[in-house]
Design a protein around this ligand. Structure first.
Ligand code: C2O
Ligand code: CU
Ligand code: CU
Length: 533
């Protein structure tokens, strides 16, 4: 039985800096020799970049109310050279605008915006497409892109359905009503079968929603509020993106990618000049597959004040913050007792970003109130009208090699099976029968994690019987807010409570490990209009 071996290999991969060297899908020999060891670079020589703020280029009438003029943004996707580190040649990337992350779009809750996403990408891809994957066949254009606003309450036609891609020269116009509370959202490519490559190439950016309720709290703001997209990459010695491939040239897809170059807003090992005061760091895991455990090098405690979909009801003080791909968390860290020192943001043994704290700063009038959200709108579990049990499955070949993952053992192309009714609440039970943790994301909606409970997966696979092997565990306090992405841990049933609010129509749900998503760990779901009375 090779299962224990496989799981220890997985654990090793999660933690090692040279994951791919040991993987069953070793790097191409040539690429391996050419890969860069980031620890050979001088750290903390580049300032932390802050993505530019997107500017509307004009205004256009709302598609739903022609009397309302909405800010209109035009954002190109194009190839750019990006300096990742002072001592490396510029890196070829695919950017929104000119930067990675792309320009940050900012708006108030309920203030709709329109964005024209312009596909100005080159005719050929520079990363290894696997034409055997669903939607990426030989007949498909090589370069396809479709933009999705992650965490956005967006009508279906503007949500960026994976098949609705554009090719170079085309554009996609989206209407984002943003009828949702303040939160850190992000936009990214979602093209069927290649979004792991497009995002790895750089197609990702922030979208910040604000609201008066959050503004009234007087959290650290302006220069003291820093969005931080953390994403890992493998680089060649000359600073170019290296995306690993399997040994099979007809099926280059690999099940996991772990880079040892951890980028903060696109820079490798940058520094930030800070003042001895409170900062709000808005952390987002923008990696294809790496999970982080963020901490400060001096083990300083910090407060978690928000997660994916906005504020927690009260701050949670921790020293370490786990974040799966696509998860976000806002933390407030107080540097006031560290004047004159240097502190690194780290994840396990990886240094990421150095804060250089000045001896003196301007007065700090910001605060973190003990109550962040007055009314907790958390619905009762009993409001759910339906429970769906959905499995997360691994397809293995004869020698126990991963062929990919599925949701409910169902391929992408099969007809819709999940069809909740608009304005009803359901419980989704995610039964993880694999050996990996999968960050599961539902488009359009926000949800609460109810609990996670271990079960006997062999029993379940053999007889579909549910035998729990331990008590249900509540979510961690820092996961207690509204989420749009949640970890479904191996051998556990993760239960989420989902009010299906917003719009009827076709959406998707999927694992946010991009290699899994691109290989059919994604399913459509359809919100049905409420029955006419
Ligand atoms: Cu971050 Cu389907 O998305
Ligand atoms: Cu999404
Ligand atoms: Cu997954």
């Amino acid at each position: 039985m090779s299962a224990p071996l496989r799981s220890s290999r997985r654990a090793f991969l999660r933690n090692t800096t040279l994951a791919l060297a040991a993987s069953r899908f070793p790097l191409h020999a040539a690429a391996d020799a050419a890969s860069l060891d980031p620890s050979t670079l001088t750290p903390y020589v580049d300032p932390l970049p802050l993505p530019p703020l997107a500017k509307a280029t004009g205004s256009k009438p709302s598609p739903h109310d022609p009397s309302a003029l909405l800010p209109y943004y035009q954002i190109p996707m194009r190839e750019r050279l990006v300096k990742v580190h002072r001592d490396l040649p510029p890196t070829r990337m695919w950017c929104f605008g000119d930067s990675f992350p792309g320009p940050t779009i900012e708006t108030q809750s309920g203030h709709a915006v329109m964005v024209e996403w312009q596909n100005q990408l080159p005719a050929h891809h520079f990363l290894p497409i696997d034409h055997s994957l669903e939607g990426a066949g030989m007949g498909m254009p090589e370069v396809r892109a479709v933009v999705h606003l992650h965490g956005g309450r967006t009508p279906s036609e503007s949500d960026g359905y994976p098949d609705n891609w554009t090719t170079p020269g085309q554009k996609q116009v989206c209407h984002y009503p943003v009828g949702q509370p303040a939160a850190l959202l992000f936009y990214h490519d979602h093209a069927m079968g290649i979004n792991r490559l497009n995002i790895y190439a750089g197609l990702q950016g922030f979208f910040i929603v604000r609201d008066p309720r959050e503004d009234a709290l007087h959290l650290p703001s302006g220069a003291y509020e820093i969005p931080l997209m953390i994403s890992d990459r493998l680089l060649t010695r000359d600073g170019q993106l290296l995306y690993p491939v399997s040994p099979d040239p007809l099926h280059p897809w690999v099940p996991e990618v772990f880079g040892d170059a951890i980028l903060a807003n696109g820079k490798l090992l940058p520094f930030h000049e800070a003042e001895p005061r409170k900062y709000r760091l808005r952390l987002m895991n923008g990696s294809n597959g790496r999970f982080y455990r963020f901490a400060f090098s001096n083990r300083a405690p910090f407060q978690v004040i928000a997660n994916d979909q906005g504020l927690l009801s009260a701050p949670v003080t921790v020293r370490r913050l786990p974040l799966a791909p696509a998860e976000r968390a806002d933390i407030v860290v107080d540097f006031s007792s560290f004047a004159g020192s240097k502190i690194e943001l780290i994840s396990d043994s990886f240094p990421i970003l150095q804060f250089r704290i000045a001896a003196k700063g301007s007065p700090d009038n910001s605060q973190v109130p003990p109550v962040l959200l007055e009314s907790d709108s958390r619905p009762a579990e009993s409001t759910a009208i339906r429970t769906r049990r959905l499995t997360l499955d691994e397809k293995l070949d004869k020698v126990q090699q991963s062929m990919g993952m599925l949701l409910n053992n169902t391929p992408w192309k099969a007809p819709v099976t999940e069809n909740p009714v608009l304005n009803t609440t359901e419980i989704w039970e995610l039964v993880n029968l694999t050996e990996d943790s999968h960050p599961i994301h539902l488009h359009l909606v926000r949800f609460q994690i109810l609990d996670r409970r271990p079960l006997d997966t062999f029993d379940y696979m053999a007889k579909q019987t549910l035998r729990f092997t331990g008590p249900a565990q509540p979510p961690e306090p820092l996961e207690s807010g509204w989420k749009d992405t949640a970890r479904a841990d191996p051998g556990m049933i993760t239960r989420i409570l989902v009010p299906f609010e917003g719009y009827a129509g076709r959406y998707v749900w999927h694992c946010h490990i991009l290699e899994h998503e691109d290989n059919e760990m994604m399913r459509p779901y359809e919100i049905l209009p409420p029955p006419a009375r």
